[in-house]
Every structure is written in structure tokens, then in C-alpha cells.
Design a protein around this ligand. Structure first.
Ligand code: HEC
Ligand code: HEC
Length: 223
């Protein structure tokens, strides 16, 4: 009799636990998936072929650059190309916490916090810290935040402001540089840049081949 009662109780407890799991299960599974699978950027890049029917080369170049601009204007690039001396972070591009500044060579201020104190060779997802062996801030003359796509286009083509790069070097940098490439594997729960570095590189190559015209610079009404 005692055995039977224990058996029934165990059965009851088991059924209770199973019910709880049935409720909690999907939520737990959802969280586990979110932790394992990085977010996908809903913005896609059109292939170069989508621009083939624009016969005027300048118009085609502008359209190609505007498509590539979905990447250039993404927070993954912008956060390292800030308007001030301080990087920004997250999709909202808020000022970097703690306060760090560009300093010598973009590595952080002398006597202040060096970037590689926290940013190591690879992403460290448990703490959400992005990483790369060359993690440092773009120089002031390569600031993009607050600028229009047309202004950024003129600036990146200008050897005086792009570290002396000719068009071939500029294209190679965007298509192949691994620090640029970090933007598609940013770790933790960061949204990657749209498309892939290959698709982005192909758009930039086609832009250069069409003569590298820039979108018109519209007057900055923000003063
Ligand atoms: C971790 C910081 C960091 C990130 C993220 C980053 N950059 Fe940069 N970028 C730099 C630095 C630093 C330079 C200066 C050149 C160098 O040292 O490699 C630079 C230079 C450039 C240049 C040279 C020309 C110029 O005027 O800016 C281009 C083009 C560029 N980056 C594109 C990108 C793109 C596209 C992305 C995103 C897909 C990106 N960068 C993300 C740090 C970054
Ligand atoms: C005290 C530690 C620390 C130091 C020093 C530090 N960072 Fe960071 N940084 C972080 C952490 C943590 C994050 C992630 C914050 C988040 O995503 O919420 C971060 C995020 C960033 C991001 C945003 C990435 C993105 O797209 O969201 C950039 C850009 C960045 N850091 C650049 C720098 C640069 C450049 C330096 C040196 C001048 C530097 N950091 C120094 C801790 C640090």
C-alpha cells in the first residue's frame, strides 16, 4: 500500500515536471538557439548583375555605390569611423563605454586605456567584447559619422585622406582586409553588416570599373 502510494506520487510528480517542461521547453529552446546562432541582417545586397541594364556608366557607378553604401553606413563600420576621437558602440552608435580615445595610431591614448587591454585577437563572446589582431580606431581624416554617402565616397577616393591609397588599393582594402571583414563576423549578438564581404567587394569592384562616380553631395542642412 505504502509502495503504491509512493508510486502514484512519483507518477504525479513526473507528470507535473513534464507539464512544466512542455510549457518552458520552447522558450528555453528558443534562447539556446539565439545564443548559438548569430543574428542575421535582414538587409540584403543586390548582385552586380542587377545594375547591368543601367547603360550610363556614371549612373551605374552611383547606383552600385549606393548599394554598397548599405554596408558603409552600417553601425559595424561606422562605430570605428566616428566623428570625434571616441569610438561608438552597438547598433545605436552610442559613445564607447568606458571613455577611450583614438590616441597615437588609433590604439588609445598614452597613459589611458589601450584598445588591446580589452579587445584581443578574436571576439570574446562570453563578455561580448569584439576582437581582431589589428583592432584600432580609424584616423580623424577617415571619419564617416555625420557625413552623407556622397561625402564618404569623395573622401575614400581622396589619397590625401585615405592613407595614400590608389583605386586598386582602396578596392582591395574593402574586398579583402580582415579588419573590414570583422563586420560580417562581429560576435556576441551583434548584427553583421548586410550581405557578405564578397558581395560588397564585388559591388565596389564594379563601381571602380564603371568609373567610380560618387552620389551627389546634398547640402548639409544640419549646419
Ligand atoms: C575596429 C575598427 C574598424 C572597423 C570595424 C572598420 N574599420 Fe575601416 N578603418 C579602420 C582603420 C584603423 C583604418 C585606417 C587604415 C588601417 O589602419 O587599416 C580604416 C580605414 C578604412 C578605409 C580607408 C579609406 C577611408 O577613407 O576610410 C576604408 C575604405 C574602410 N576603412 C572601410 C571600412 C568598412 C567598409 C568597414 C565595415 C564593413 C570598416 N572599415 C570597419 C578601422 C575600422
Ligand atoms: C575597458 C575595456 C575596453 C577598452 C580599453 C576598449 N574597448 Fe572597445 N569595447 C569594449 C566592450 C566591452 C565593447 C562591447 C560593448 C557592447 O557591444 O555593448 C566594446 C565595443 C567597441 C566597439 C563597438 C563594436 C560595435 O560595432 O558594436 C568599438 C568600435 C570599439 N569598442 C573600439 C574601441 C577602440 C578603438 C578602443 C581603443 C581606442 C577601445 N574600443 C578600447 C571594451 C573596451
Amino acid at each position: 500500500m505504502r509502495l503504491l502510494r509512493q508510486g502514484v506520487m512519483a507518477l504525479g510528480a513526473g507528470a507535473f515536471a513534464a507539464t512544466l517542461l512542455a510549457f518552458a521547453g520552447p522558450a528555453f529552446r528558443g534562447e539556446a538557439d539565439a545564443a548559438m546562432e548569430p543574428p542575421v541582417n535582414p538587409v540584403k545586397l543586390k548582385p552586380v548583375s542587377a545594375f547591368a541594364d543601367i547603360k550610363n556608366p556614371n549612373e551605374r557607378a552611383v547606383a552600385l555605390f549606393e548599394e554598397a553604401g548599405k554596408v558603409l553606413m552600417s553601425p559595424r563600420c561606422m562605430n570605428c569611423h566616428p566623428a570625434t576621437e571616441r569610438p561608438t558602440q552597438t547598433n545605436k552608435m552610442t559613445p564607447h563605454q568606458p571613455l577611450v580615445v583614438r590616441g597615437e595610431g588609433g590604439m588609445g591614448a598614452a597613459g589611458g586605456l589601450a584598445c588591446n587591454t580589452c579587445h584581443h585577437e578574436t571576439n570574446f563572446d562570453p563578455a561580448g567584447v569584439p576582437g581582431h589582431p589589428q583592432w584600432h580606431l580609424a584616423p580623424a581624416e577617415m571619419a564617416w559619422q555625420g557625413k552623407s554617402l556622397g561625402q564618404i565616397c569623395e573622401q575614400i577616393k581622396d589619397p590625401k585622406r585615405n592613407d595614400g591609397k590608389d583605386m586598386a588599393a582602396l578596392v582591395k582594402h574593402m574586398a579583402e582586409d580582415s579588419l573590414v571583414g570583422w563586420a560580417w563576423a562581429p560576435g556576441a549578438n551583434r548584427t553583421p553588416a548586410p550581405g557578405s564581404q564578397k558581395e560588397f567587394g564585388d559591388l565596389i569592384k564594379a563601381w571602380a570599373a564603371a568609373g567610380a562616380a560618387c552620389p551627389k553631395i546634398v547640402a548639409n542642412t544640419r549646419g
